[in-house]
Write a protein that binds this ligand. Structure first.
Ligand SMILES: Nc1ncnc2c1ncn2[C@@H]1O[C@H](COP(=O)(O)OP(=O)(O)OP(=O)(O)O)[C@@H](O)[C@H]1O
Ligand SMILES: [Mg+2]
Length: 477
């Protein structure tokens, strides 16, 4: 192959590129263009060393050549790529970031909303055509991403872009033909029920019912009758026989939520079901066979309940054959933009509206720490749709606790899911969470119901968190 004029890349600095390098780069550009992706390659100073010719289609003729040698912040904004921009910091720390929104804009050109993936280029200087390349940024018009509802990041109605969530959904796929008990743990609102439903949907039981029981919502005797059913006359008010949830879920899945709240007597009965598949209705002595597949969930650390003797160890190990831990949203920020779009669509479809997030509003969502996780994000989208005056959701359309939250430290997820702060070393995730709760409580003048609603938490969860984090109103403390 010989070099034609359109394949010649302009040099950065004094060094013209070799012919072989230019041919290799041209090939990569063609391949990525054929799947609709533009890209730019950056050197260690975040200067553009190559720009795909697809940028000419997005911003205007000649732009891809004009970009070479310029800083990436000129193209994608200093708030993402400036000295303390979150994407620059992530790249410097060796992390990949996916699904971020940005406005592609150069002085005097049209602007385009794009979705970007940025990653360090992993290579030895000798095994890449241009050793100056340190980082690559892939760009895709945002409207293409929105129409792509069957991308692998979507699992039926659930979104999983982050590596941690993708791992969970791959595990769900491998569990397809298993009947093993699954224990799903994670903070309130992280999507435990979403995962449980996905397990049910991908199992041969998907045509049967998915029956949920909240083990913390009823006192022990009522819960027993709810789970196992009762016969007429079993207790005052039992005027007829009643089928329990185990029986209702015979051909489907029984989802035992807040399993840590199960009273001791019912723990013994549930253990028998798990070991022998037998139970009796309340007031009856005939044993029945339990056929339901069991999935349990908890938003507290059950190992503490084990240590304190509130949960039987034998029951824990029977329930926890396959443990799944759903990480908090602040530890998987890649999921925020697609989740926000998905939840926004969910609200706008109900109202027949069209709404889009502005990049500035999206940035605030990316910086917030989400103590109420995905449920809080869903509430925020509903709020924003209600107050937005135009088609684009602006920062002022977001609730105060998000607008006013201090964006100072920008935490990144590490491999193990803990928060790492760029400059100030380690900070306890709890401190970040305490700040968010305090900010919501103060915004709502310490009305716990209103703060809980804004945070997407139940009142009891907010109470628990306030106790754990020792948060009290000054006048109370
Ligand atoms: N991955 C996801 N994709 C789409 N929507 C999600 C996802 N995760 C959570 N949601 C949405 O967030 C909300 C909360 O999810 P869910 O009820 O599963 O949380 P949870 O962990 O069971 O909460 P809790 O501990 O309070 O019971 C729901 O509206 C759900 O549809
Ligand atoms: Mg739940």
């Amino acid at each position: 192959m010989s070099l034609s004029s359109e394949m010649v890349c302009p040099p950065v600095g004094d060094q013209p590129l070799s012919e072989a390098t230019q041919i290799a780069l041209y090939g990569v550009t063609r391949v990525l263009a054929s799947v609709g992706r533009a890209f730019v390659c950056l050197d260690s100073d975040f200067r553009i060393v190559h720009a795909s010719y697809l940028l000419d289609d997005l911003l205007g003729k000649g732009i891809s050549r004009a970009l070479v040698g310029r800083g990436i912040e000129e193209l994608l904004g200093a708030d993402l790529f400036g000295a303390r921009g979150p994407l620059r910091e992530a790249l410097v720390a060796g992390h990949r970031r996916e699904g971020w929104r940005a406005t592609l804009q150069l002085k005097d050109t049209v602007s385009r909303l794009v979705s970007i993936t940025a990653a360090p280029v992993v290579h030895e200087p000798s095994d890449i055509c241009d050793p100056r390349m340190r980082f690559v940024v892939l760009l895709r018009p945002a409207e293409e991403e929105e129409s792509c509802s069957n991308s692998p990041a979507f699992y039926s109605d659930a979104i999983a872009c982050s590596p941690a969530m993708q791992r969970i959904f791959r595990l769900v796929e491998t569990l397809q033909h298993s009947e093993a008990a699954v224990l799903i743990s994670g903070e309130s609102g992280t999507g435990k029920e979403v995962v449980a439903r996905a397990i049910h949907q991908s199992s041969p039981r998907s045509s049967g019912p998915f029956i949920g029981v909240n083990c913390g919502a009823l006192p022990g005797d009522l819960l027993e009758s709810e789970l196992f059913g009762h016969i007429r006359g079993a207790f005052t008010g039992a005027v007829r026989d009643r089928v329990g949830r185990f029986e209702l879920a015979s051909h489907g899945t029984l989802f035992l939520d807040e399993i840590g709240d199960l009273p001791p007597l019912l723990q013994v009965k549930l253990l028998r079901v798990l070991q022998e598949r037998q139970y009796e209705r309340v007031g009856e002595s005939v044993p029945r066979t339990a056929r339901a597949r069991i999935i349990a969930a908890t938003n507290v650390d059950l190992r503490i309940a084990l240590r304190q003797g509130r949960l039987r160890e034998d029951l824990y190990y029977r329930l926890c054959v396959v443990p799944i831990e759903v990480p908090p949203l602040r530890d998987r920020r890649e999921d925020i933009p697609p989740l926000a779009s998905h939840l926004l669509n969910r609200v706008t479809c109900q109202h027949g509206l069209i709404r889009r997030m502005s990049p500035q509003a999206m940035r605030l969502l990316l910086e917030y720490s989400w103590p109420g996780n995905v449920r809080e994000l869903a509430n925020v989208m509903e709020y924003a749709v209600a107050v937005a005056k135009i088609e684009t959701i602006l920062p002022e359309d977001l609730p105060a606790e998000i607008r006013l939250s201090t964006p100072a430290p920008k935490p990144f997820a590490t491999e193990r899911g803990a928060l790492r702060l760029p400059d100030s070393g380690q900070q306890e995730p709890r401190t970040v969470e305490a700040d968010r709760l305090l900010s919501a409580l103060e915004t709502h003048r310490w009305s716990r119901s209103e703060a809980a609603r804004a945070l997407g938490l139940s009142r009891s969860t907010l109470w628990r968190k306030m106790r754990e984090l020792h948060l009290t109103e000054k006048s109370e403390g």
